[in-house]
Design a protein around this ligand. Structure first.
Ligand code: C2E
Ligand code: CA
Ligand code: CA
Ligand code: CA
Length: 281
């Protein structure tokens, strides 16, 4: 592996998600829902932190919080499976609360071992969570109660069919007043709506990993990434490319003036204990 991987310690492969989606569906949604409810109540969720690399400053600027559910019979269940279920059943609210609390606790641990400047933690927020009142207030309240700035939390919003642009614009404005940064997630996939992008004052645009995957294979795919990074800069935002797995991909981003990279090359999603250990604790 390259210098970067060596610098941060070789990333250990994460536990595979062994649950077959069809089997999960077969379990019945209601059963799964009650098991998820149970997991929320009994510490059955946990958080992984994946480093976000600042290419310009050559350092880890933050971490993305990614939730995991260890199912009693099936082991780790991918968030791709249960976030959708949580959304349908409004369990997304307690899941989101868990993630926020765990992110604040992780920030406190990083602060307490003296990491400065303190990295931010990015949390994923679904359109449904955005519609529920009080999310931004909760971020402000929980961070302040822990003696942190609300800006230590960054919010990632995924584009989806359910995205209400007026509402997102309001949420962004509210975040901005509180010093919370906002990123647009998975840009360039299914629901990207270029017509609305100029109305939404995102700090960061996260370019979906599909682009990184194709980038080295063809000059056209690379030209796409270059054009998107330029577009992001033209609207005054920072670009992040997801799914960076090789030094070659990172070199391309550096040449394009792209600010951030995320992916297995920099680090896998890892438990807080591993992040602390990599920082010498
Ligand atoms: P996402 O926000 O796009 O998260 C990035 C996903 O890409 C993560 O999958 C991460 O493990 C994976 N990934 C990161 N680097 C690489 C790489 O170099 N190569 C490859 N092949 N994959 C990489 P994960 O953890 O399975 O999460 C899946 C999705 O579930 C997330 O996609 C996000 O949309 C959702 N999710 C995760 N945690 C939460 C949460 O707390 N709340 C909400 N609402 N959604 C969440
Ligand atoms: Ca995300
Ligand atoms: Ca993403
Ligand atoms: Ca995604």
């Amino acid at each position: 592996r390259g210098a970067l991987a060596a610098m941060h310690g070789l990333a250990l492969p994460e536990g595979q998600f062994d649950a077959d989606p069809h089997e999960l569906a077969g379990l019945g949604k209601i059963r799964l829902e009650s098991q998820l409810r149970e997991a929320i109540a009994t510490n059955g969720l946990d958080l992984r932190l994946q480093p976000l690399f600042d290419i310009r400053d050559n350092r880890i600027a933050g971490y993305e919080a990614l939730v995991r559910w260890t199912h009693p019979e099936r082991g780790p269940v991918s968030p791709m499976e249960f976030i959708a279920l949580a959304e349908e059943t409004s369990l997304i609210v307690p899941v989101g609360d868990y993630v926020l609390d765990a992110a604040v606790a992780a920030l406190c641990a990083l602060r307490d071992i003296g990491i400065a400047p303190l990295p931010f933690i990015a949390i994923n927020v679904s359109p449904r969570q955005l519609r529920e009142a009080g999310l931004i207030e909760r971020i402000v309240e929980r961070t302040r109660a822990a003696g942190l700035e609300p800006g230590a939390i960054k919010v990632e919003i995924t584009e989806s069919q359910a995205l209400d642009y007026v509402q997102v614009a309001e949420a962004i404005a509210h975040c901005r007043r509180e010093g919370i940064h906002v990123a647009l997630d998975d840009f360039g996939t299914g629901f990207s709506n270029l017509a609305h992008l100029h109305e939404l004052d995102f700090d960061t645009i996260k370019i979906d990993q599909a682009f990184a995957r194709n980038m080295m294979g063809s000059a056209r795919a690379r030209a796409m990434v270059e054009a998107i990074v330029d577009l992001v800069h033209a609207i005054g935002a920072q670009a992040l490319v997801e799914g960076i797995e090789t030094e070659e991909q990172l070199d391309v981003l550096r040449a394009l003036g792209c600010r951030y990279a995320q992916g297995y090359l920099i680090g896998r999603p890892q438990p807080l204990a591993d992040v602390l250990r990599r920082n010498g604790h």
